[in-house]
Design a protein around this ligand. Structure first.
Ligand SMILES: C[S@@+](CC[C@H](N)C(=O)[O-])C[C@H]1O[C@@H](n2cnc3c(N)ncnc32)[C@H](O)[C@@H]1O
Length: 286
């Protein structure tokens, strides 16, 4: 099993203009790892690639011998970009995808409005589908529906900007999608993405999200936390850094050092409690 080298990706992609953080890359890398450990196989798809910042990572996640990446963007057809989300450029994109070509991963471009994509055109069996194109309700909803119809049994849909005040249409699309596609649930929200999968497949992901060892290994150790909150008839994991852990203080420095020690890792091995009371920040080790 070859997991994607997220640190290397972050370095390479740092100069690319776009909207994809290193934290989001770590979250996608985590999903990639879980899928590879559980034998989930399938191609990858992205709607909305702009200059290729996130597409570079998706390309690196693909197994070059058996999987490929497909992307859809308007690129030069920006009059169709009604929600004004990003502005793809095909030449810049192709240039930035050199690293993916170097990995031997094949990719295919659909230069069109994603509303015109249909399942027979793009095929099915995708294990990872990133929805980051038009941000109006009907656009994001149509993209989610397309993703659901083309996803393999244990695949994951990642939706960008799910709860941002600038993009309420994406939130509306998410809720309308979950209302209609009751076999799907929202697994985890964090790093400006929400990840969705079929209820029947959620266990393989949820069992990893709760583990301290797993979080530490993918770069979500201290100061990150996971808690669960009810959302749309399910329990949604929330991956976040609490405000009190963001403050520069001696206490937080001590905690940071403590959580990096093997001793603390052994003591914390096992699962996170589902609902953890928020520490006050006054105790010596939160
Ligand atoms: C927010 S940007 C994507 C950011 C990108 N994932 C990154 O890593 O930086 C949104 C992209 O979606 C494209 N787009 C907007 N509306 C679209 C539509 N209806 N169909 C296809 N692409 C669309 C834009 O051209 C733009 O490149």
């Amino acid at each position: 099993m070859r997991s994607v080298d997220v640190s290397r990706y972050i370095k390479t992609a740092s100069k690319i203009d776009g909207w994809f953080s290193g934290d989001a890359a770590r979250l996608f890398g985590w999903i990639d790892e879980i899928q590879k450990a559980n034998g989930v196989v399938g191609n990858l798809f992205e709607i909305g690639c702009h200059h290729g910042k996130s597409a570079q990572l998706l390309g690196a996640m693909a197994r070059p011998e058996s999987e490929s990446l497909s992307v859809c963007d308007l690129f030069g057809l920006q009059t169709d970009n009604v929600s004004r989300s990003g502005h793809g450029d095909r030449d810049v994109f192709e240039n930035n995808m050199q690293v993916v070509r170097d990995l031997g991963v094949k990719y295919q471009i659909f230069q069109k409005n994603s509303l015109e994509l249909n399942p027979s055109e793009i095929g099915d069996g995708y294990r990872f589908f990133h929805v980051d194109g038009g941000h109006n309700p009907d656009e994001a909803l149509a993209d989610l529906k397309l993703a659901a119809s083309c996803l393999c049994e244990k695949g994951v849909i990642a939706l960008d900007d799910p709860f941002r005040i600038e993009w309420p249409g994406v939130t509306e699309a998410l809720i309308r999608f979950l209302d209609e596609y009751t076999d799907f649930e929202a697994l985890i929200v964090g790093c400006n993405k929400v990840l969705l999968t079929r209820r029947a497949a959620s266990a393989i992901y949820l069992s990893e999200f709760g583990k301290h060892e797993s979080m530490d290994a993918v770069g979500f150790g201290y100061p990150w936390k996971i808690k669960s909150m009810p959302f749309h008839h399910s329990s949604l994991r929330i991956l976040y850094v609490p405000d009190y852990r963001q403050k520069k203080s001696i206490g937080n420095l001590v905690r940071k050092i403590y959580y990096a020690t093997p001793l603390s890792k052994r003591a914390r091995s096992g699962n996170y409690a589902v609902m953890q009371p928020e520490p006050t920040g006054k105790s010596s080790i939160a």
